[in-house]
Design a binder for this molecule. Sequence first.
Ligand SMILES: [Zn+2]
Length: 278
Amino acid sequence: MAKCKFCGKDAGLLRGVHQECQVIFEAEKSQVEDLAASAATSKTELKKLENKLTEMKSNSFLSEADFKEILISAFDIAVAEALEDDLLEESEEDALVSYMKHFDLKQDDINEENSYTKLIQAGILRDTLEGKISERVRIQGHLPFNLLKSERIIYVYNQVEYHEPRSRTTYSGSSSGVNVRIAKGVYYRIGGFKGTPQVTSQITHVDTGVFAITNKHIYFTGSSKSFRVAYPKIVSFSPYTDGLGIQRDATSAKPQIFSGIDGWFVYNLVMNLSKLAL
Ligand SMILES: [Zn+2]
């Protein structure tokens, strides 16, 4: 005889749970998840969630570990929904940070789905769209770049692959994202990036290294190739789900493609930085 893990009563031979207990468990779970997802982007909803949690902790099938898991998945849902249509608003960002603090969620807890990274990236984009130089990223260690005096690092990726096309005709990219105007800049919504191509094998992998975005340049340093490109020298940017292509302002220049980055974030960032740099 096995005992039901939810109600603790006999569940019969070979069965771990009562089906009706499982149904109640699932219903409780989605109820908390819905409340938590709205609480994550609205401070007023946080109190409601807190009351519900107090009530359910003494009387529900959810365990302490279940609650924590739900609070984390609700955070992921809230970040994804908040970014789907337009850029994260300041009030939404504040609420997400308050939610993290309130439930003592650590960066590592909430970054399994990259939600924490997306939150930081959305903040950087909002700063940039408002014409500010974002300083949300702390660089640990020494970067292999020789920055200008007034230059600021905005974001850095490691292990980025640098590619060049095999022939001039095999490469194309286009933005299918709907533009949303925010403040001074233009934002291409995250949902639109699902339609952009991935970096394909039609290109040659040249080197792998550090890729950095500053307020003035794009930098790349690998073991054999090292260069920087100033925004006014770039005539077009191509978005990929996992990369960025740039075309320099010279008839002989080949397209240059970086992969292993967040296409949505980097494309929005460089498009708007290049407008600021004009
Ligand atoms: Zn049961």
